[in-house]
Design a protein around this ligand. Structure first.
Ligand code: HEC
Ligand code: HEC
Ligand code: HEC
Ligand code: HEC
Ligand code: HEC
Ligand code: HEC
Ligand code: HEC
Ligand code: HEC
Length: 248
């Protein structure tokens, strides 16, 4: 059947639109959830459904109620930023019924290396180890307290950081002198060297304590006339103090 004056391609277009509208309307009736739209573009019932999930994490405050000893210790330690359940897993069940459910205790090396295994992407200064080289095969807990881990010991020897000077001095005329005979070293220098500097000798008289004629020092030490020798120059302008030579 043809209508006069209506172009023949109109009919298929009308049909296509009719099908699209039919699909949309049935889709809406069949598939759009009931509570959709009650709270705007949102399925209102999902709120109740999520609220009905079992709670599995208790939150770290809850642990304080019964484990204040561990919690207080941890709060002062390098692990203070870690919540208990980061390591012990979800523990709400345990907090409800501590006699029936016990939380996990992560004792494996693999657990600690999740955070401490070397990874170049981690921030500079974050304590990292190379697990294959850091006491392989031994449990981390043998040496580290998980609630109060200590930073590594800072090197106590000057040579840990001043290797070259120590090597040179070791074979010099000053081999028998401790570094601290000439440098007063604040303890903080050993852990934060740039924040606290040792003192360096600053007078000719300092060297004169051993080398001046008449000084009260062992007799084998060579002597000079402190008033005359090297004139007004500092001794270390001519003698390297870590490997002094009498010169030619
Ligand atoms: C209502 C008190 C209570 C609360 C709250 C509580 N615990 Fe416990 N927890 C206990 C008791 C009791 C034990 C058993 C002690 C024992 O066996 O010596 C225990 C044991 C543990 C253990 C050792 C498990 C084992 O195998 O030895 C861990 C780990 C632990 N709790 C972690 C937590 C964490 C993490 C939280 C916070 C999410 C928490 N607890 C909250 C009472 C509690
Ligand atoms: C870095 C991971 C880590 C964090 C964070 C952590 N723990 Fe532990 N916890 C451990 C490990 C590992 C052990 C097992 C220690 C062992 O066997 O020597 C342990 C043991 C325990 C025990 C058993 C008894 C004991 O003291 O050895 C309790 C209780 C406990 N943790 C509670 C807590 C609570 C409460 C917090 C939060 C304040 C917490 N832990 C935070 C790793 C952690
Ligand atoms: C046999 C004892 C021992 C074992 C086992 C051990 N460590 Fe250590 N760890 C040490 C000592 C000692 C230091 C300090 C090293 C230093 O002073 O340079 C240290 C340092 C560290 C540091 C600090 C590194 C830094 O540069 O700041 C981390 C992190 C660490 N260990 C994690 C671990 C982890 C994770 C494990 C298990 C996979 C583990 N350790 C196993 C003894 C041990
Ligand atoms: C979720 C990540 C995480 C886990 C898991 C973790 N640590 Fe740590 N650890 C840290 C953070 C964060 C610090 C503090 C770093 C800082 O002070 O910059 C730290 C500090 C340390 C330090 C002190 C190192 C230093 O130089 O200050 C040691 C040792 C250490 N952890 C050992 C362990 C051991 C052993 C385990 C396993 C029981 C463990 N950690 C599990 C995050 C973690
Ligand atoms: C942890 C590494 C470390 C240790 C350990 C260490 N130092 Fe240093 N020291 C440094 C660094 C880094 C500097 C250089 C600071 C700069 O140039 O900015 C420095 C500088 C110095 C200076 C020069 C200060 C100045 O004002 O020019 C003296 C002297 C010195 N150290 C002596 C010592 C002695 C003596 C010891 C042992 C008792 C020692 N240091 C242990 C890292 C260390
Ligand atoms: C006999 C005294 C004496 C002894 C022993 C000595 N120093 Fe020095 N040190 C000096 C003097 C003096 C200076 C200053 C030199 C200058 O200003 O040119 C100095 C300078 C330094 C500096 C500054 C950088 C440099 O090379 O000039 C460092 C770092 C240093 N000493 C480290 C050490 C260490 C580490 C030891 C032990 C291994 C040591 N010193 C032993 C007298 C001494
Ligand atoms: C604590 C005593 C003591 C102090 C302080 C001291 N020295 Fe010496 N000095 C010695 C001794 C010991 C010898 C080596 C004597 C020997 O070889 O038997 C020596 C040797 C020397 C020599 C001779 C090297 C040679 O070729 O024979 C010179 C130069 C010298 N010191 C310069 C200095 C200067 C410069 C200072 C100050 C920065 C200084 N000393 C501070 C103890 C000291
Ligand atoms: C201008 C450079 C100069 C200065 C500054 C200087 N010396 Fe010397 N020193 C020399 C020379 C060159 C010799 C070797 C020739 C000599 O014995 O006069 C020497 C030799 C020495 C000797 C070896 C003496 C012996 O009998 O073997 C000692 C010890 C010494 N100096 C210590 C010092 C002390 C301590 C100071 C600072 C108070 C100092 N010097 C300042 C240049 C200097």
């Amino acid at each position: 059947m043809r209508y006069r004056g209506v172009p023949q391609q109109i009919l298929p277009i009308v049909l296509i639109f009719a099908v699209i509208i039919a699909v949309f309307v049935t889709g809406r009736i069949l598939f759009v959830p009931e509570s959709f739209g009650e709270l705007g573009h949102y399925r209102a019932r999902s709120i109740d459904e999520n609220a009905a999930h079992d709670i599995s994490y208790a939150g770290y405050q809850v642990c304080y109620d019964c484990h204040d000893d561990v919690a207080d210790e941890k709060a002062q330690s390098n692990h203070r930023s870690l919540s208990c359940e980061v390591c012990h897993g979800p523990a709400a069940d345990h907090a409800e019924a501590p006699d029936e459910v016990l939380p996990e205790i992560p004792r494996s090396r693999d657990f600690c290396t999740l955070c401490h295994g070397y990874n170049a992407a981690r921030p500079t200064g974050f304590p990292q180890i190379i697990p294959d080289q850091h006491n392989p095969g031994k449990p981390c807990l043998r040496c580290h307290e998980p609630h109060t881990p200590e930073p590594p010991h800072t090197p106590e020897k000057c040579s840990a950081c001043h290797r070259e000077i120590a090597n040179v001095k070791a074979v010099s005329h000053h081999a028998s002198l401790e570094c601290t005979r000439c440098h007063e070293v604040p303890p903080e220098h050993l852990s934060a060297p740039r924040s606290a500097r040792p003192k360096k000798p600053s007078t000719r008289e300092f060297c004169g304590e051993c080398h001046a004629r008449g000084a009260d020092s062992p007799r084998e030490i060579p002597r000079i006339d402190l008033a005359e020798h090297g004139q007004r120059y500092m001794c270390w302008e001519c003698h390297y103090p870590h490997s002094p030579e009498a010169g030619k």
